[in-house]
Write a protein that binds this ligand. Sequence first.
Ligand code: NAG
Length: 301
Amino acid sequence: MVKGRQSRLGLGLGLGPRKSSSRASWTMTLTLLVTCTFLILILLALGIFSIPNDDDASFGLSKPNDLTSIARNTHVSEGGADDDQEQRWVQIISWEPRAFLYHHFLTKEECEYLINTAKPNMRKSTVVDSETGKSKDSRVRTSSGTFLTRGQDQIVRNIEKRIADFTFIPVENGEGLQVLHYEVGQKYEPHFDYFMDAFNTNNGGQRIATMLMYLSDVEEGGETVFPDAKGNISSVPWWNELSDCGKKGLSIKPKMGDALLFWSMKPDATLDPTSLHGGCPVIKGNKWSCTKWMRINEYKI
Ligand SMILES: *[C@@H]1O[C@H](CO)[C@@H](O)[C@H](O)[C@H]1NC(C)=O
């Protein structure tokens, strides 16, 4: 096998001067063709090279593992959002818990849209009972809120796609957005976003990360606080602006359009107890926020 190939290659390289020149060039062309075909096949197999695929109908509907959409998605820019994208930047808040602040994540218009869409349906917030897995009223959470349906309209879809782009977690793994409203004195005591019961992990599995978007500024109080964060909590630049509650941990001040991403699970897929977090009581003003919880698997709606 190897021998035969070598001798043919020899001919192709012009080592048979006694043969007719037309036969030699024909063999050479054939060898080149075969070599090129193999090369292209190898490149295709390794994914270095790909055949362009133009079915735009599937755009935006790609499955989580459909890698062909990645190249196209990176070039998508949402109309009119250019100014905000220029200002958008990420700030590393902490590694224990893993927390990152995306500045100017939402536009002012998107914030107002979410508030106005949620307003007619606001209800007193509940918490999950760790024994029964059902929702219940609670004094630890005194806000009011409502869930939006995943993908319910174009603006919500844009936001959900942006969250997926920035968290690397597919849209399908997200619960519906929850819009929350805190008035003066209202708060959410420190808690974990992950579940301790089997009931709530039936659909989608454990919660892996949370994107907490601030839809309004808050004049005083209303910080998101991580009481068990590791590191020097007083080294944050906004330390002097924090309320007493905010000074009990690593705190982030709500700012309209900013989004806080934090992870309830570590990279080794174990739960991260340093992700304990709460919403400090609002002292002055009003706090509107919007939460996207993301699961380890597809969350069916
Ligand atoms: C924490 O940070 C503050 C502000 O940068 C600094 O004054 C203080 O000494 C630091 N504390 C520790 C224990 O490093």
